[in-house]
Design a protein around this ligand. Structure first.
Ligand code: NDP
Length: 326
């Protein structure tokens, strides 16, 4: 069990969707509770302006400044389907560099524990469902995101190699699609939920149709960033094994993109014309992931209902439109 008494926990990617979720939970859950801050813990949320983790010297300086005992490594080049298809080499290279610098520096400094972040997008395209933690390397990823996928898969390979050669306590988490406050709402680069929230908001404001890319039929599992934050905090404190853990709602909780769009239309209170552009790519039809390992290890977890979490995310976007990443 990781000892987090007098821990300094460095969260890379601290300004992003997931990092902000962890910061929120650490600061709002009761001190000393399962997901709240422990009295002797210090939490640092780092951004790219403090250190560009593609650069080994800046990475070393960041570790030298805070001397973390534990690291939750979230920093990454992240994006939705269309951005992934356009910038495959940049996704591969930037993520390989960041991951290599963080893990190498953590090993050099004998950091007690590192959790890095993979994604269910990195699993093989052709694989038996549901996805589980044993299937990451069982075939090539979907061609739409092979740069991102190979960079992320390599983290699991590195974790095993660091453990075997140097005894490092490095592991990884595999979230499904995340959404919540502080998401990236940029219309070109965003994931499906924030992109649709922004589009629907603009359609309402400009009195134009709300057009959803694709058929609306693909199914996905979505996790609210505040729920995911609790799962990361659990993994940091209570899980010590190199094998990854899928952090997700259950495979019986898939929702279609049409369900998502319907819920957004409701939450934004959009009354105009609403249609699907079936000439646009859909991506993988479905890729259900099992959260059995997680629930067995945690002894159960209560996820926020999807509609409630979506409503809160839309409210955050509307309240913070001027400061949000758009
Ligand atoms: P965001 O895009 O919201 O945030 C990315 C974070 O990474 C930001 O804090 C950003 O810092 C930081 N970052 C980017 N480039 C660099 C760099 N060169 N050096 C240092 N920091 C950098 O991402 P999310 O919060 O959505 O993702 C967090 C993790 O979760 C990632 O590893 C991602 O792969 C994974 N994930 C995300 C999913 C999702 O649906 N969002 C799904 C599954 C996994 P700054 O703000 O300063 O630029």
């Amino acid at each position: 069990m990781a000892d987090t008494s007098a821990a300094v926990v460095l969260v890379t990617g601290g300004s992003g969707l997931v990092g902000k979720g962890i910061e929120h939970i650490i600061n709002t859950e009761p001190v000393g509770s399962r997901f709240g801050k422990r009295p002797n813990e210090t939490w640092i949320f780092a951004t790219s302006s403090e250190a560009d983790l593609r650069d080994p010297d800046q990475t070393r300086k960041l570790f030298g400044k805070y001397k973390p005992t534990h690291v939750i490594h979230l920093a990454a080049m992240v994006g939705g389907l269309f951005k992934n298809m356009k910038y495959k080499l940049t996704f591969l290279r930037d993520n390989v560099l960041m991951n290599d610098n963080v893990l190498h520096t953590a090993c050099e400094r004998q950091t007690q524990k590192v959790i890095s972040c993979l994604s269910t997008c990195v699993f093989p395209d052709k694989v038996e469902y549901p996805l589980d933690e044993t299937k990451i390397h069982l075939g090539p990823p979907h061609s739409s995101n092979f740069g991102y996928a190979h960079a992320k898969r390599l983290v699991d390979v590195q974790n095993h190699a660091y453990k075997e050669e140097f005894g490092c306590n490095f592991t990884s988490a595999i979230p499904t699609n995340v959404f919540g406050p502080h998401d990236n709402f940029d219309l070109e680069g965003a994931h499906v939920i924030p992109a649709l929230i922004h589009k629907c908001y603009l359609a309402k404001k400009n009195n134009t149709p709300f057009i959803v890319a694709g058929t609306g039929k693909p199914l996905r599992q979505f996790i609210y960033s505040y729920d995911l934050a609790k799962l990361f905090i659990w993994q940091l404190r209570e899980y010590d094994d190199v094998e990854p853990v899928i952090l997700s709602v259950g495979e019986d909780e898939e929702v279609s993109i049409k369900d998502v769009a319907d819920a957004i239309v409701k939450a934004v209170d959009f009354k105009g014309e609403y249609a699907f552009d079936t000439t646009r790519a859909d991506g993988q039809f479905r890729k259900p992931a099992s959260n059995k390992k997680l629930l067995e290890l945690m002894g159960g977890f209560e996820f926020t209902p999807f509609d409630q979490a979506l409503k809160a995310s839309v409210k955050w976007f509307l309240d913070n439109y001027n400061d949000a990443r758009t």
